[in-house]
Design a binder for this molecule. Sequence first.
Ligand code: AVJ
Length: 332
Amino acid sequence: MKRDSGIALVDRDEDGVDRAFRADVLKGLRQRQKAIPARWFYDEEGSRLFEAITQLEEYYPTRAETEILEARGKEFAELIGPGRAVVEFGSGSSVKTPLLLRAIDPAAYVPLDISGDFLRESAAGLAEKFPGLPVHPVEADFMRRVTLPEEVEPLKKLGFFPGSTIGNMVPRTAVDLLRSMRATLGADEGESPLLLIGMDLVKDCAELEAAYDDAEGVTAAFNHNLVTRINRELDGTMPEGALEHSAMWNDALARIEMHLVATRDIAFEVSGERFAMRKGETIHTENSHKFTRRSANLLLLAGGWTPEKRWLDPDERFSVILARATEQREAP
Ligand code: AVJ
């Protein structure tokens, strides 16, 4: 296994504070509608809580997507073929990636992640499960174009982006990401890369809200952990007990929104800056967009990917789509 450079991408100040985290939180709390990017959920405890979420009865996406990957291996093999370099955007989970790799007989596996720790863990696990498969982890922010290791340059590429993580982004950002993926995978350089992407589906809103507000309160703990993290890492005094988890379906924008709702008027400090919230005011902490067949296709097309095949789980709750980088040409 090729080692990555080991240089952390996290930029810390002299007190060890993650500068990007502080900048995002302060900027987000200064806004009229307070909002903090969802990527900051995933410290060690947040990642552990998300793992726990994927095991919940109410949280169907992980199970449904895994069912699709388990059932469709033969079709993946036929449509994708052997010998590709699989480039996974975000570190591979222990379950989903092996299902794909086992099905298609790839020539290399390239996990991309911004966190070197997760990257090393998942790369080591995969390398152990697939002894003959070259694994080339790359520590990088995949929202931008990433230069792939030269060993995989001559290989055809398959991008893999499971989990409906694309749903965390507003359409504008999702399109930027899809275009970056195209560039990373070498589209427009004589290549015709493929993308296998998981996209969660629009469904009954009670079912959606339950998936993001489970009876055991694990998702609430996941949302609250952001407050704990801000208080710990950014010298915060946010009153955790006065910020209540809420998950609501926004029908116009086709997304679940998670918020932290102030249950009374509150005032607090973060990194020496003062903030106040009125009772009922919220901090918006996550969007999870849901798609229909048409909205998924339109998003992919806008990002330069032509959908070729779509699979659903038996309960039709989740979709996995195979798309091919659209060739650049003049309209129409
Ligand atoms: C990891 C972004 C796909 O949006 O369903 C789960 C994160 N948030 N429960 C999702 C999440 C609350 C999850 N993604």
